[in-house]
Design a protein around this ligand. Sequence first.
Ligand SMILES: Nc1ncnc2c1ncn2[C@@H]1O[C@H](COP(=O)(O)OP(=O)(O)O)[C@@H](O)[C@H]1O
Ligand SMILES: [Mg+2]
Length: 254
Amino acid sequence: MAYFAVENVTKSFGSTKVLKGVSFSMEKGEVLSVIGSSGSGKTTLLRGVNFLTPPDTGRFYLEDACFYDAERDKRLSEREFRQKRLNFGLVFQSFNLFPQYNVLNNLTLAPRLAAKGASKEALAEISANALELLERVGLGDKAKNYPCELSGGQQQRVAIARALMLSPKVLCFDEPTSALDPELTGEVLRVLKDLAKENITMIVVTHEMKFAREVSDKVIFMADGIIEEEGAPEQLFDNPRSSRLRSFLASTRE
Ligand SMILES: Nc1ncnc2c1ncn2[C@@H]1O[C@H](COP(=O)(O)OP(=O)(O)O)[C@@H](O)[C@H]1O
Ligand SMILES: [Mg+2]
């Protein structure tokens, strides 16, 4: 069985069905890229996986166990959803750092809350872990800076380090570079590449086709709320079967 699997997920907003039965699975340490036109449901899928807008129907499996079944679990309390959400991380297009906290506190806030009442040693460990992660994303010297003092690329790297603080089993990215100027995109993609090498299991919604091709183990092309095509990057990019994927790829090359 797979490390993480999504089975037959649907989601509607009012009478609009945005996800029409999405299923995929991943092994531990795999990178899955999700591509597709705007409005195809990519963000809704990631928000579903992170329980921000839980699916209407469908199931998630984590390490072989049914982790979430929409029909069974839809009445879970916010607290129970929060508990489940700890297994997933989500990095948004727009960084979403807390502007009033410095970089270090942006990283330590959630783990400190989760460790309420913990010993001094445990809190020191949280800070040490944060500093280590900042080093890992190349920002060891920015711990005391505030988000407004950083470039967009640096802010996004802080957001990635923050997501790693809770050691999520699956780390999700929603177009992590699309709010960045082209010259800042590279530094963020490099961090993602490093994480991929370190066997972090990742789902990356991206319009960076070169990145998707080089780094992913598997690519999913979404169109109109379904997975229109999926496979190894070479297969999708070099031998697209569906005409919708062919025209999507042509539009990205313009
Ligand atoms: N909260 C919402 N309420 C109503 N419609 C929504 C909501 N979120 C997304 N949608 C609709 O769902 C469709 C898919 O959106 P989204 O998942 O953001 O696509 P993508 O990320 O692929 O661009 C769009 O038509 C969008 O307008
Ligand atoms: Mg989106």
